[in-house]
Design a protein around this ligand. Structure first.
Ligand SMILES: *[C@@H]1O[C@H](CO)[C@@H](O)[C@H](O)[C@H]1NC(C)=O
Ligand SMILES: *[C@@H]1O[C@H](CO)[C@@H](O)[C@H](O)[C@H]1NC(C)=O
Ligand SMILES: *[C@@H]1O[C@H](CO)[C@@H](O)[C@H](O)[C@H]1NC(C)=O
Length: 449
């Protein structure tokens, strides 16, 4: 709470604590979705030092990590194995995790990615993207990678996974990248994954990327990257279902959480939606969005709940973004109990965001955006309340706004709300919203509330 410098902000903050934490004063039960993946204690433990690991920050530990995980995979101990990483700085190249393992970082343990990227392995593009997200062709494997695994836990006493991303950010800035940058942690086609009590630092690209996964819990994580680091999204559930993100702090150079499901014609033909995702008690800061859906949503995104979200020094608070050629749908999204302090825009829902993988996208593939509920939002120093731009041939419908207050809307020469090709309903929204947001009967909004 270092951000609170003046008394007026402090009192607003106290008001907000009162406003949002009132119920918790009277109940000791904290709502959680984390029960979707049981937290397993492992019967068997090995330490990275048993495999020659040296935490001096200089020795390359690739062999130690790969051998330890090879042993876990092949010995198949009942109940799985915990790989203990003691305090120290363990420099390593990328490695793959295996099923039924816990990667445990002790307090003061750092797993640090090498900055020698010349032989960083490449893997195939995701079928739902057709190519690397940044550049055509394959992509660099994530620093920590899991493909087709189940029952994997990454946890500990808030040790750090450090991507040392600046060499990658500089290649991006200088346009010398050859392929799409590595994610820090990626799980593909995996299930029953828990990531908790870990600090993620300086990811080369997106931080945590579960793709084609189900039953994923991310809790009590801290994700940090400089504000000017390119594309360092916090958590991007992608074509994944039953994902629970809770009690985390994220401050990076891009969207804090962005729910995705594939890119244009590749995402449409792969056809795998993201659904059943809860984002709860998240705090953070970013020049881009706090809670984002998109822009890659070609497989569809539905049944998303984000609540108790605190955002400071933001580009956009809540950003739903898609494009012509995306196809897919964005349906039944609820965002509630949001505090936003200092943002360019409170809410943005737009059909003209993001680029295309190639020229073969279908201009007739229009996304459907329907059933977006935003309620109980309190914003201070928000320059523009909202920008809602639907598509002429696919207007956004059932856009429902309740109990939204944006203060300090100064809107340089522009109205606080700008809307087009949108139908919705609003109640107790201040500043007063555009007429399109009162164009529907309230009944059309209760289906999704
Ligand atoms: C890690 O997994 C990827 C994708 O499954 C695979 O291509 C690669 O060979 C694996 N690397 C190692 C060192 O086993
Ligand atoms: C680790 O960090 C989480 C989230 O910030 C915090 O709730 C927890 O108490 C910390 N745990 C330890 C062992 O320091
Ligand atoms: C909408 O999504 C919520 C989760 O946010 C889910 O509980 C609810 O059943 C969904 N409603 C419909 C009509 O699918």
């Amino acid at each position: 709470m270092l951000l609170l410098s003046s008394n007026s902000i402090t009192s607003t903050f106290l008001l907000f604590i009162f406003f949002f934490n009132f119920s918790s004063v009277f109940s000791t039960y904290t709502e959680t979705c984390s029960g979707i993946v049981p937290f397993r204690q492992r019967g068997d433990t090995v330490s990275i030092t048993d495999f020659g690991g040296i935490g001096d920050g200089k020795t390359l530990n690739t062999k130690a990590f790969r051998e330890a995980i090879y042993r876990i995979r092949h010995l198949k101990r009942r109940g799985g194995t915990l790989l203990y990483v003691p305090p120290g700085v363990y420099l390593t190249e990328s490695f793959n995790v295996t099923s039924h393992m816990t990667l445990y970082l002790a307090a003061g343990a750092v797993i640090k990615a090498t900055q020698r990227y010349s032989n960083w392995p490449l893997i195939a593009p995701l079928p739902s993207y057709g190519r690397g997200r940044e550049l055509p062709g394959g992509r660099y494997i994530s620093f920590i990678h899991g493909d087709g695994v189940r029952d994997v836990i990454i946890t500990g006493e808030n040790g750090t996974i450090d991507g040392q991303g600046d060499v990658w950010w500089n290649m991006w800035r200088q346009r010398t990248l050859q392929f799409t940058r590595p994610n820090l942690v990626e799980f593909i086609n995996s299930e029953n994954i828990i990531i908790s009590n870990v600090i993620f630092k300086n990811s080369p690209f997106w931080n945590i990327h579960p793709v084609y996964c189900s039953n994923v819990v991310v809790r009590y994580v801290t994700i940090l990257a400089p504000r000017d680091s390119p594309n360092t999204d916090g958590i991007d559930p992608d074509s994944s279902s039953n994902v629970c993100i809770e009690d985390s702090y994220i401050s990076t150079g891009d969207d804090l959480v962005a729910v995705k499901s594939g890119w244009d014609e590749y995402g449409i033909s792969y056809g795998r939606p993201s659904y059943g995702i809860t984002i709860r008690r998240l705090t953070g800061s970013s020049p881009f969005a706090g809670i984002a859906i998109g822009s890659e949503t070609s497989g569809g995104v539905e049944n998303i709940l984000a609540e108790h979200i605190n955002l400071f020094n933001m580009g956009v608070g809540i950003h739903i973004k898609t494009n012509i050629g995306r196809g897919g749908f964005i349906k039944n999204i609820t965002v509630s109990n949001v505090y936003i302090e200092n943002a360019r825009q409170g809410i943005k829902i737009a059909g003209d965001v993001g680029d295309h993988p190639d020229e073969n996208f279908d201009p007739n593939a229009l996304p459907v955006v329907k059933g977006i509920t935003v309620k109980n939002v309190w914003g201070v120093k928000v320059l523009q309340a909202g920008l809602i731009h639907g598509l002429r041939d696919s207007p956004f419908t059932e856009i429902c706004f309740y109990d939204i207050n944006f203060h300090g809307v100064t809107g340089p020469r522009s109205p606080p709300w700008k809307c087009s090709d949108v139908f919705g309903f609003s109640h107790q929204v201040s500043p007063w919203p555009c007429s399109q947001l009162s164009s529907q009967q309230p009944g059309s909004c209760t289906n999704y509330s």
